[in-house]
Design a protein around this ligand. Sequence first.
Ligand SMILES: Cc1cc2nc3c(=O)[nH]c(=O)nc-3n(C[C@H](O)[C@H](O)[C@H](O)COP(=O)(O)OP(=O)(O)OC[C@H]3O[C@@H](n4cnc5c(N)ncnc54)[C@H](O)[C@@H]3O)c2cc1C
Length: 269
Amino acid sequence: MPELNAIVTQRIDFAPGLMILRVVPDGWELPEFVAGQFNVLGLPATAPRVADADPENPPPKPDAFIRRAYSIASASVEREYMEFYIVQVKSGALTPRLFALKVGDRVWLGTKATGMFTLDQVPRDKHLVFMGTGTGLAPYMSMIRSHLEGEGERKFAVLHGARHSWDLGYRTELFQMQRLTRHFAYFPILDDPSGEPVAWKGAVGFVQDLWKRGEIEKAWGFKPRPDNSHVFLCGHPLMIESMKEILVAEGFALHTKQAPGQIHLEEYW
Ligand SMILES: Cc1cc2nc3c(=O)[nH]c(=O)nc-3n(C[C@H](O)[C@H](O)[C@H](O)COP(=O)(O)OP(=O)(O)OC[C@H]3O[C@@H](n4cnc5c(N)ncnc54)[C@H](O)[C@@H]3O)c2cc1C
């Protein structure tokens, strides 16, 4: 059974079942990483689960160790802690255990970050469109926290889809970035604004609708096209499928190691 080699130093709950978790290695150095990459968190099956989780059927073996991948949300230059943006899957194996963690508790943190969902293969003169649903925002937080400053004339757009306004994590930070940075635009959109305590005045629909309605063009003054922009897609597989279709029809191509293109994907499940 691996040693729980890291300590939870901060936890910020945006809403029930949606949190930021900051962890610090205990006695070893945080791994270097490229913004957009992911790391792994793990806990033993014997770790407590939150009370509102669904019963496990079948429960994991008592000697099992549960590990899952999480995009790193902190900046690559942040050497104090590693931050993750996590949603609870009530029927899940690991997340009901992660949501039972308190500040000071121990967790297993991978010693190496990995992943190709980074800006490494994007030419410096291309603008960037980041589209995400739910916690699919996490890798973009790392990318903009790491790269927004000093990127010259490169434009950044973050399109974030969630169900309710309280599920729009990092909203304050993103609005602040938009106010302070001329070349950064933030587009939140809700697909179910019916239960809002105060009527939602923002966009309604799915992130794909923001693209179809030309919202980026309105903010940037020109349309993101394959010759001037790269598009990143992260989160729900249905959003990724639907955006892929839309983009390919507009002449964008999927990026692979072998064949460079302008569409970059990170599927969470
Ligand atoms: C490269 C990569 C990066 C990831 N980064 C993140 C991240 O930053 N934040 C995060 O919350 N999750 C992230 N995930 C998903 C994460 O690895 C787990 O799958 C998730 O936390 C559920 O784990 P679990 O053991 O509780 O559920 P499991 O028992 O493993 O159940 C998996 C099921 O949970 C659902 N699910 C998984 N992830 C999500 C999600 N994010 N939102 C809604 N439903 C989901 C799907 O229906 C999936 O089939 C990432 C996955 C990958 C592959």
